[in-house]
Ligand binder design. Structure first.
Ligand code: ADP
Length: 403
């Protein structure tokens, strides 16, 4: 063999370093092939000694047959290599001189993997048989392939750990936020009640009313927060019941806008609503989605005008809810629909990071989707696409009834 070893090893290192393990294996085998002739290569893996081996990678680099065809007959031989744990060299069972494709020379090498056992097969049709030097080279390829697969496993474990750490961080942040958010209204309620109960003070009717109004509003705030918590826990477990009825989105939006306008008279709301036939939806839950979007606009884009558009298409209807507030920094966009996620550093705006999670889950339970477009300084636009009918079976997690 006429080898250029420095170049060969540089290619193996490159194969090991590739982010995508399949591409890493592709590089490995294309690097190998000029030095060591084979037609097909297949890798099997089994997670335990007793589990059935499964083909996880197959490539046809040479003459005849497809990689998939090889993958199907290889299971038996893979079992042999698994059980013997050593290199297996199988010449054609019934050599036939006419048909090269009927004469496969199979070389099976065991792979010792971090998460189980594997076998690497080389198939060469019609010979010649593998030489000892070629078997050494194939063993080097098996070691490299095992390293590539182990790196994939490590990357997966790392991603799982990162996700778990991210969830734990969200829960910590949530606990901090919720304790603060519960403390604040309770502090008001306690303070004003104590004042009213003081035996050494006389309050005129107007002051009493003022104090009681604060107590009333802060109690509403607490109840609202607990409702959200409950809803989000039920949505998470797929236990929030949905009551699908014919709903006119145009009327729902108008109604909600009117209510918000009454609650906040200075709010500027512009509506651009297409005439649209009713869709099957849960009007109360969709109202909750709109209310959450209004609450967010009031909290995170105070004073900014709001524009709501309804578009009707033959297969779906879309609501676009846009404000002209500060927008959301792009690095936070992938997370804002997650449970408990809040953009950090927003001390002024109270929140629990549940609003958008609840919106997303309710929209999903309708078989629809919610997305966001935003650019800092230019505002935020949420888009809700709803099908005319919810999915027939419980595709959304939220469609099962409360037992
Ligand atoms: P919260 O209860 O904290 O408002 P949400 O789930 O409703 O939680 O929103 C998640 C985050 O998305 C908020 O903390 C906020 O930073 C951001 N956000 C949501 N709506 C808007 C908006 N209209 N303008 C700017 N930021 C927004």
């Amino acid at each position: 063999m006429d080898q250029d070893w420095p170049e060969f090893f540089a290619a193996l290192t490159y194969a090991l370093d590739r982010e995508d393990w399949r591409r890493g294996l592709d590089t490995l085998f294309t690097t190998l092939r000029p030095h060591f002739l084979f037609d097909n290569v297949v890798i099997y893996r089994a997670e335990t000694r007793d589990a059935l081996p499964e083909a996880i990678y197959a490539r046809a680099l040479g003459r005849g047959r497809s990689a998939e065809a090889e993958a199907s007959w290889g299971e038996n031989v893979a079992n042999t290599v698994f059980s013997e744990g050593k290199i297996v060299h199988l010449p054609p069972s019934t050599p036939s001189s006419e048909n090269r494709l009927a004469n496969p020379h199979v070389l099976g090498l065991p792979l010792s993997l971090a998460d189980g056992r594997g076998t690497l097969f080389f198939i060469r049709f019609g010979g010649p048989p593998y030489t000892e030097e070629q078997i050494h080279l194939a063993s080097l390829a098996a070691l490299t392939a095992a390293l590539i697969l182990d790196r994939r496993t490590l990357r997966e474990i790392r991603a799982q750990l990162d996700a778990a750490r991210h969830r734990a961080q969200l829960q910590d942040d949530f606990l901090a936020a919720i304790s603060h958010d519960i403390h604040t209204p309770l502090g008001f309620i306690k303070g004003y009640t104590t004042s009213l109960l003081r035996s050494d003070a006389e309050w005129d009717r107007e002051t009493q009313r003022e104090f009681l109004t604060v107590i009333d509003e802060e109690t509403d705030r607490l109840v609202n927060m607990l409702d959200r918590l409950l809803d989000s826990a039920r949505l998470q477990q797929g236990m929030l019941p949905m009551d699908f009825q014919p709903v006119r989105l145009e009327a729902l939006i108008r109604d909600m806008a009117l209510r918000m306008q009454t609650r906040v008279p200075t709010l500027r709301i512009a509506l651009d609503l297409a005439e649209a036939p009713p869709i099957r939806a849960d009007g109360v839950r969709l109202g909750q989605v709109l209310e959450n979007l209004f609450d967010n606009a009031l909290k995170h884009a105070p004073g900014a005008p709001i524009q709501i558009t309804l578009q009707a298409m033959p297969e779906k209807q879309s609501i676009i809810f846009a404000d002209q507030g500060p927008g959301i920094p792009p690095e936070h966009l992938p997370f804002i629909f997650e449970r408990f996620y809040r953009v950090p550093g927003e001390s002024a705006a109270r929140g629990t990071g549940l609003g958008l999670f609840i919106c997303r889950e309710i929209v999903r339970a309708h078989g629809g989707q919610i997305s966001v477009e935003t650019s800092p300084g230019k505002g935020t636009a949420f888009r809700i696409d709803l099908p005319l009918q919810p999915p027939p079976s419980p595709a959304g997690t939220a469609m099962r009834e409360v037992p």
